[in-house]
Design a protein around this ligand. Structure first.
Ligand code: MG
Length: 294
């Protein structure tokens, strides 16, 4: 099941994407706000897909604009750094990695950081390049896990039962801020630095352990990988984070980016005003955003 938040006229609604058509969903019985997809995710564990009640109207996809599926998560988005081997190598060799690690680029344990919900934007919304703050805005295509069932001390064996589904995230990063401040939060948290979408897919429709993922800048292929190459797989990430932090339905975990980001090139190829950057994965659609013109 593909869920969207869509704008039609002045208002935003939750919807069920069915091919090229969007059916409006009624969430009032779930106690959520009118446009709240999180209410569906939170209710899913009790009711399954039956919690999705479609109502009129049904609209052609081309007549609506899609918004971020989860712009209002209850807390920061969990993110994972250096979780593909080739990317860990390119980052370690770029001169921008102030996180240490010594001779080995591969972390011994997952590197977990967060981005605030305030950085989330939807498909086709503009990335602010913050030219007064940074001159090294980079892209990172990532598969993001949406937690459906909360819990603490979730074992890796039980982790899949806690996954509601997936969406895409572009973990936009100001490399100079990431390096200068040593801790990654500032450089990854600027307003508009978390494009998300274009939709959210329930876990039954996605083979998350073998997903092709890619990014393009102005149509040029930059990143291309498969999620089977994650250093720390999704169950390991869930068990690591939940070891001492109670995961909640609607929490989002961005699983890390593969090689081919801007700092992987020599010289680096950062995003420039006017550039179009897109992130795609099998079954998860294409998330496209443009960097605001100068
Ligand atoms: Mg990232």
């Amino acid at each position: 099941m593909k869920l969207v938040r869509y704008r039609h006229g002045e208002r935003v609604f939750p919807g069920l994407l069915d091919g090229e058509r969007v059916h409006r969903i009624d969430t009032t019985a779930l106690g959520g706000a009118e446009d709240d997809l999180l209410a569906i995710v939170r209710a899913w564990d009790d009711g399954g897909s039956a919690v999705v009640r479609t109502i009129e109207p049904t609209l052609p996809l081309e007549e609506v604009s899609l918004e971020a599926p989860f712009p209002n998560v209850a807390r920061n988005i969990f993110c994972v750094g250096k979780n593909y081997l080739e990317h860990a190598d390119e980052f370690a060799g770029s001169g921008y990695d102030a996180s240490g690690g010594g001779a080995s680029a591969t972390p011994d344990h997952p590197i977990v950081f967060t981005k605030p919900a305030s950085s989330v934007i939807g498909p086709d919304q503009q990335i602010d390049p913050h030219p007064d703050l940074t001159s090294s805005v980079d892209y990172e295509a990532e598969l993001a896990v949406v937690i459906g069932r909360g819990g603490r001390k979730i074992s890796a064996d039980a982790a899949w039962e806690h996954v509601w589904g997936y969406t895409l995230v572009n973990d936009i990063t100001a490399r100079d801020l990431q390096q200068r401040h040593r801790q990654w939060f500032l450089g990854k948290s600027l307003d508009t630095f978390c494009p998300m979408g274009p939709w959210a897919v329930s876990a039954d429709e996605v083979e998350a352990t073998g997903l092709d993922i890619e990014s393009r800048v102005n149509g040029e292929l930059r990143q291309q990988a498969n999620t089977r190459d994650l250093i720390f797989d999704i169950p390991t990430l869930i068990s690591t984070i939940s070891a001492g932090i109670t995961l909640q339905p609607g929490d989002i975990i961005a699983t890390g980016t593969p090689a081919g980001v801007g700092i992987g090139f020599d010289p680096p190829r950062f995003l420039a005003p006017g550039d179009e950057v897109s992130v795609s994965a099998t079954g998860l659609g294409t998330l496209t955003n443009r960097v605001a013109p100068a």
